[in-house]
Design a protein around this ligand. Structure first.
Ligand code: SF4
Ligand code: SF4
Length: 471
């Protein structure tokens, strides 16, 4: 291939890429977006929500319900505490129902309200637009009220900005870590040398580094390139879903300047204000795009322009693809009926799974090795392990009895394990001895049995199991 051909392919690719990625220049280099701020009515509402969410994120690890954290994902002990209720790996059904309910809720909210999550509640948008970009504006300075950035930062201002970013990212990383280890343990680690808790320190340093990379360098590319939710929106949205949309019927043909009476131009004055405020660098007038995070900045910017040129607001507005095409609104459609029904079924399952858990969990597991052994006195011995989890908020003492069949002697090898603190989770080794006659004659060498486990609060579990012995 000649150099000339290579160059022309490169130019074609660069031109195409310019159309494809809003964060890339024609030569393939990064386009650094420095969106202007439009302080309209939607921005003011989003600001309230964003700062509330930030406060909630920081406060949650410090809050307690009945002495337990509101949220704690204790990976080491494999326990999840939500609203003061602790879940264990044995609660896989509850966790599965819970995760399914969250997933269906996301799909349902997207079908109705579009990417409301992205624009209003996603940590990426909340921290980028309401914490880190304001810091940029503080260090860069702006031209006019909420206007465009003055110039590239250099020297001391750039260093100052990085230091502020670092301090904030470290604070957020510590808060994030508190969700996994709890505030008490975190406070203890913070007071001691990193050498005493190297793994915790490395996790905190890693999370800080990732946040620095994201908010300082990667920025809006997290939404436009990396986030899977943005990629899936095309299947989750339908023509009736709420989106931020430009109204081409009203706006086109766009033309600059005032409109004389005879001018057939549309309402768009082609001022590009909707483009310069966009944090993902797109032009909303090109229609529904995957990069749009529904941040409403273009609505505020365009409303401001419309006000100034004396035209009605709402050329860019919360709308739907059908509404923009002047088709009637349809609240009840297949997905807005099916998803709530599905959600109701899953939530019912979730409530049932939680309700079926009494004050403790008990599960009997067969011991390792041979199915049975014969003791020196001629008795048959079966080994088991009993998994006990105390779900109550008080210490409990458990008692065990074999209610069926008669004549089985139960030997708890470590009796002290039957006293459990709240949240305690143990494996108790058991031996059961019985006369060979119990299983002999059954044909299969087995006998159905029941172990009754009780706590001091009249709560009990009856565990069915099988005794194995000679035929
Ligand atoms: S197009 Fe509008 S709503 Fe979408 S990301 Fe850009 S400014 Fe936000
Ligand atoms: S801000 Fe409104 S008037 Fe200006 S270019 Fe965008 S859509 Fe047109």
């Amino acid at each position: 291939m000649s150099n000339h051909q290579t160059d022309s392919i490169h130019e074609e690719w660069a031109a195409a890429a310019d159309d494809v990625l809003s964060t890339m220049e024609a030569d393939g280099s990064r386009r650094w977006l420095r969106p202007r701020l439009s302080m309209g009515q939607w921005w003011k509402k989003r600001r309230v929500v964003a700062y509330l969410l930030m406060v909630v994120f920081v406060l949650i690890p410090h809050l307690r319900i009945g002495g337990k954290p509101v949220v704690l994902m204790d990976l080491v002990s494999r326990q999840l505490t939500v609203l003061g209720k602790t879940f264990y790996p044995t609660d896989s059904l509850i966790l599965a129902f819970g995760m399914l309910a969250v997933f269906i809720s996301i799909v349902l909210v997207t079908a109705i309200a579009g990417r409301a999550w992205c624009g209003w509640a996603c940590p990426q948008t909340v921290y980028m637009e309401f914490l880190f970009r304001p810091i940029d504006r503080f260090f860069e300075g702006t031209v006019g009220r909420g206007g465009k950035p003055k110039a590239d930062m250099g020297g001391l201002r750039s260093i100052g900005r990085i230091i502020v970013y670092l301090l904030l990212c470290m604070f957020l990383a510590h808060t994030f870590l508190a969700y996994f280890v709890g505030t008490d343990r975190l406070a203890e680690w913070v007071r001691t040398s990193p050498l005493e808790n190297p793994s915790a320190f490395l996790v905190m340093a890693g999370v800080t580094a990732l946040m620095m990379f994201d908010f300082l360098y990667f920025r809006e590319q997290m939404c436009t390139l990396a986030c899977p939710y943005g990629r899936f929106q095309s299947v989750m949205l339908d023509e009736q879903s709420k989106i931020v949309a430009y109204d081409p019927v009203r706006g086109e043909p766009r033309a600059k300047g005032k409109r004389p009476a005879a001018n057939p131009a549309g309402d768009c004055v082609d001022c590009h204000q909707c483009v310069v405020v966009c944090p993902t660098g797109i032009d909303i007038r090109d229609g529904l795009q995957m990069e749009c995070v529904n941040c409403t900045q273009c609505i505020d910017a365009c409303d401001n322009v419309m006000e100034r040129v004396g035209l009605p607001k709402g050329l860019i507005r919360y709308s739907s693809q059908d509404e923009i095409a002047r088709k009637p609104r349809q609240l009840f459609r297949a997905r807005t009926i099916a998803y709530p029904l599905l959600l109701l079924a899953v939530l019912s399952g979730f409530a049932w799974a939680i309700g079926s858990k009494v004050g403790f969990d008990a599960r009997l597991l067969r011991g390792n090795g041979a199915p049975f052994s014969i003791t020196a006195t001629g008795q048959v011995n079966n080994s088991f392990k009993l998994r006990l989890v105390n779900r109550s908020s008080e210490p409990q003492q458990y008692t065990l009895t074999v209610s069926k069949p008669e004549g089985v002697t139960l030997d708890v090898l470590e009796e002290q394990l039957l006293s459990l603190d709240p949240g305690g989770n143990v494996l108790v080794p058991l031996n059961m001895e019985f006369a060979p006659i119990v299983t002999r004659g059954s044909g299969s060498g087995s006998k159905s049995a029941t172990l009754v486990v009780e706590d001091g609060q009249e709560r009990r579990h009856e565990l069915a199991f099988t005794l194995l012995g000679p035929r």
